[in-house]
Design a protein around this ligand. Structure first.
Ligand SMILES: *[C@@H]1O[C@H](CO)[C@@H](O)[C@H](O)[C@H]1NC(C)=O
Ligand SMILES: *[C@@H]1O[C@H](CO)[C@@H](O)[C@H](O)[C@H]1NC(C)=O
Ligand SMILES: *[C@@H]1O[C@H](CO)[C@@H](O)[C@H](O)[C@H]1NC(C)=O
Ligand SMILES: *[C@@H]1O[C@H](CO)[C@@H](O)[C@H](O)[C@H]1NC(C)=O
Ligand SMILES: *[C@@H]1O[C@H](CO)[C@@H](O)[C@H](O)[C@H]1NC(C)=O
Length: 427
């Protein structure tokens, strides 16, 4: 009876239910991992390749283990083209889905779009949320414990420097655009935050500056950044700025994630290094290379830490590859397994399901077409990877479901043209 009630609750409030389950499991002496519910939905945030055939859209797939795995449940059209749909993330309450739009500012469209997940199978796009006034080019999102979000805004309101970090509360009220005092940026004015990780226990946050967005358009000089910034969440101010060693000037610092609640962070760019930064050292922290992929041109590297910070997935675009690392000792990550896709697949945003047994990889990175200078389309698929119960290996046995583990966005809708899916999120 109890388990059933918690299962029903988890439909709308996954994290709350998850905590309840973990507590229940602990009190019964079981292992937490065994009781965590599998995810039920996967959201795919995608741009239409041909604007005369379709609009940029959010797709909802069933990923509940069973006969419907991989089934397309719904398509929500935004009514827009040219957003360049980027990342997406649900709130911890499961009430909202926040979605970033990389190029929207150049067409005077919203840089960030929210969906209500009151019915998680049927997201409803909201049109009443206040947009940031001083910043644009939303990129990565962090779900805050209060049910709201942080979002990195890579640029100012016209696509250049400086960007901001914005905060929305649990009712999607815009609380602010940070830093509020821009004079703190004077020593390193290239503030174009892409990756963002937060440690709410230690009240710190780390952002990684990647590139100046408008510089990626034809006619401009492509300008990458290699700085990371440590923030205090108590006052939303920057307390330290660091330059990542050995990051090529043709390849910026891209992703930043918190390593559980250890106070430590990982950072990556396209130069093949994994960096560790101990946020507890504040201003005096030093980013250090703790793992080398072995090649200097991975193009991009997106990270997905597991909940407890003891595992890390790294998706390497140019190598068509996803790595699984043991990060139990954060300064000494250890490779556990490598999943190799066919040549030319790509591999960019990687996300893990609630029970940490299933990963989804969006293989598309960015194709700016005739107007831009970045051309990395990948094969425009979402690929599912299974993990064993210990999280030590990818499972390569026979795929257990009838639908393919590869969702092909090139032929998903005959008559609508292809879609480019960058953002994926489990609920
Ligand atoms: C987009 O679709 C229209 C209508 O089918 C077609 O005429 C056009 O060639 C397509 N454009 C591209 C770039 O494929
Ligand atoms: C915006 O619209 C949603 C859905 O209709 C509603 O739940 C929410 O309260 C509205 N927010 C504001 C600030 O009006
Ligand atoms: C954005 O920054 C650029 C230079 O960095 C500046 O020329 C432009 O006016 C700024 N845009 C706004 C809206 O402040
Ligand atoms: C913000 O808080 C941190 C401690 O968390 C402190 O070191 C810093 O001086 C504060 N900054 C401002 C501008 O108040
Ligand atoms: C996706 O579909 C397109 C069009 O049918 C096809 O050319 C391509 O090979 C497919 N990709 C994969 C990975 O199956």
């Amino acid at each position: 009876m109890r388990a059933h009630a918690i299962g029903a609750l988890s439909l709308r409030y996954p994290t709350v239910a998850l905590t309840a389950l973990v507590l229940l499991a602990c009190s019964l002496g079981g292992t937490a991992a065994a009781s965590v519910q599998a995810s039920k939905y996967l959201y795919a945030w995608a741009g239409a390749q041909n604007a005369s055939l379709a609009r940029d859209s959010l797709f909802v797939f069933s990923v509940a283990p069973g006969p419907d795995f991989g089934k397309l449940l719904n398509t929500v059209e935004t009514g827009y083209n040219g957003l360049e749909p980027h990342h997406c993330r649900p709130s911890v309450t499961g009430r909202w889905l926040a979605c970033s739009c990389l190029l929207a500012v150049f067409s005077k469209l919203p840089s960030i779009i929210f969906f209500s997940l009151a019915d998680p199978a049927k997201p409803v796009m909201l049109r009443n949320v206040t947009l940031p006034a001083h910043s644009a080019v939303a990129d990565e999102l962090v779900a805050t414990p209060d049910g709201g979000f942080f979002a990195t805004m890579m640029a100012n309101a016209s696509g250049w420097t400086p960007g901001r970090v914005v905060r929305y509360d649990k009712n999607l009220k815009l609380l602010g655009e940070y830093p509020q005092d821009l004079s703190v940026l004077a020593p390193a004015p290239g503030f174009n935050p892409h990756g963002i990780g937060a440690d709410f226990k230690h009240q710190t946050m780390l952002t990684a500056d990647f590139l100046e967005p408008a510089s990626s358009l034809v006619g401009n000089t492509l300008t990458f950044r290699k700085t990371a910034r440590l923030w205090s969440l108590k006052n939303m101010s920057i307390i330290g700025t660091y330059v990542l060693p050995k990051t090529a000037s043709t390849n910026g610092a891209m992703d930043a994630v918190a390593i559980g609640n250890t106070g430590g962070y990982y950072l990556t760019g396209g130069s093949g290094y994994l960096y560790y930064l101990n946020g507890k050292h504040g201003k005096k922290a030093v980013p250090e290379i703790v793992y080398d992929v072995g090649t200097r041109k991975t193009v991009s590297c997106i990270l997905q830490p597991f909940r407890g910070g003891t595992r890390l997935l790294m998706a390497l675009f140019a190598l068509d590859r996803v790595l699984l690392l043991d990060t139990t000792i954060p300064r000494k990550p250890r490779i556990l397994d490598i999943y190799q896709f066919p040549l030319g697949t790509g591999g960019h945003v990687v996300r893990i399901s609630n029970d940490e047994r299933l990963a989804a990889v969006a293989t598309y990175f960015l194709e700016l077409g005739a107007v831009g200078q970045i051309h990395y389309p990948g094969d425009c698929t979402i690929r599912f990877l299974r993990l064993n119960a210990q999280g030590t290996q990818f499972v390569r046995d026979e795929w257990p479901y009838t639908r393919s583990p590869v969702i092909n966005f090139t032929d998903l809708f005959p008559g609508k043209g292809g879609f480019r899916t960058h953002g994926v999120a489990f609920l």
